[in-house]
Design a protein around this ligand. Structure first.
Ligand code: PLP
Length: 394
């Protein structure tokens, strides 16, 4: 790397550092949080129930169970499948560690199928190649908000009698052939973490059409206490509960739902703003020596959660990590989604995974950089990102 690159002047100074993934929070969210504080009911209560209703209406599912993270949603969904030790769950190496950790915590063995290098989603052909007599479930991730190939994946699930779970952490708005992501299999798991498309700070939800699964997840999410335990402090009179399972402390608070209700109400304008920013980046970077996201597929809806570029050192003239540094030094926050799962020491050591079994995910994980893509970005912010990318590559 040349010294000129090292000495890049900031596009934005320290006080104006562009925080990666900072959400668009409106006055409605702030007023609802204040009202919740004044109401005295901060914990799980009527606002969580309303947020669940709103998500059910948005996704068109019969049930939704709010929890305190997508990680919890994934864990409970996998537990509801009653997997036995040695059972295998196939997932993607191009995901956040929580996807794989949830499989491990549910007592099963994660098996990775490589990604398609263009869509960056799990490759159905490689899924087929990884199926064994112990395979029980398929946990797919709609990477960056782009739908997986659900026709192919659903066909595999039916053919091999596998449960299907969709990690929709990037994919609240995602649709595939007119159908919403999260409604194809047994469970859809949503994230409302601060950087996601709809935020509650921390938060998640399981959506399902199966009443028994929904009931079990509700109970497991609140200590294993019997039905509607949160109502025990309500105005309908004290309700005794019974513990029916060794559950978890995974419930969402009304304080969190207060934010989510208004975030969900603005989901369309926020999505349109991210689409604009996405298109602006595509145009501005078209001639640069970097890889750009594939255009959205016909008859699908992309959720535009991440804008990931690929920095391949021989072509770009700068390494991925030097590019990350150059962006940060110019005052622009960036992310990496993701270093491939088998590149993390814990998984490699525990599962004895060979380094070369997932070439597409490993290569992309070493080249990928996520640029800011939030509805909170102003046109000036977007111009600053574009300037900084051009200078880092110059
Ligand atoms: C963010 C994320 C999660 C975890 O979500 P939390 O709500 O933070 O637990 C899981 N999977 C993917 C793909 C994610 O991006």
């Amino acid at each position: 790397m040349s010294d000129a690159k090292r000495d890049l002047p900031p596009v934005r100074d320290k006080e104006r550092f562009l925080i990666f993934g900072a959400p668009a929070i409106g006055d409605e969210e702030i007023a609802e949080v204040l009202a919740t504080m004044h109401s005295g009911w901060l914990g799980t209560g009527p606002k969580v129930a309303r947020f669940e209703q709103d998500i059910m209406a948005y996704k068109g599912t019969a049930y939704a169970a709010a929890v305190n993270s997508c990680t919890a949603a994934l864990h409970l969904s996998l537990l509801a499948l009653d997997l036995a030790p040695g059972d295998e769950v196939i997932t993607t190496p191009m995901t956040f560690c929580a996807t794989v950790n949830a499989i491990i915590h549910a007592g099963a063995t994660p098996v990775l199928a490589d990604i398609d290098p263009v869509t960056m989603n799990i490759d159905p052909d490689d899924v087929r190649a990884r199926i064994t007599p112990r395979t029980r479930a398929l946990l797919v991730v709609h990477f960056a908000g782009r739908s997986c190939d659900m026709d192919a994946l659903c066909a595999i699930a039916v053919e091999h009698d596998l449960a299907l779970i969709e990690d929709c952490a990037h994919a609240i708005e995602t649709e595939y052939h007119g159908r919403k992501a999260g409604t194809f299999g047994a469970f859809g798991c949503l994230s409302f973490y601060v950087t996601k498309n709809v935020v509650t700070g921390e938060g998640g939800m399981v959506i399902t059409n199966d009443p028994a699964h929904a009931e079990r997840i509700r109970i497991l999410a609140l200590h294993g206490m019997s039905k509607d335990a949160w109502k025990r402090f309500g105005d309908e009179g004290f309700k005794h509960y019974e513990v029916v399972a060794a559950g978890f402390k995974y419930n969402m608070m009304d304080l969190q739902a207060a934010i989510g209700i208004h975030q969900l109400a603005r989901i369309e304008p926020n999505w349109r703003r991210r689409e604009q920013v996405w298109n602006r980046y595509q145009q501005a970077f078209a001639a640069l020596p970097i890889g750009l996201p594939a255009p959205p597929e016909a008859d699908t809806r992309h959720a535009y959660h991440l804008f990931t570029i690929l920095v391949d050192e021989p072509r770009a003239g700068i390494s991925r990590d030097a590019f990350l540094d150059a962006m940060t030094r110019q005052g622009i926050g960036v992310g990496v989604h993701y270093l491939a799962i088998p590149e993390h020491r814990y998984y490699r050591d525990r599962f004895d995974w060979p380094a070369d079994a997932w070439p597409n995910a490993v290569r992309i994980g070493r080249q990928t950089v996520s640029l800011p893509l939030s509805a909170a970005l102003t046109d000036d912010d977007v111009n600053d990102v574009i300037t900084a990318v051009n200078r880092a590559l110059a």
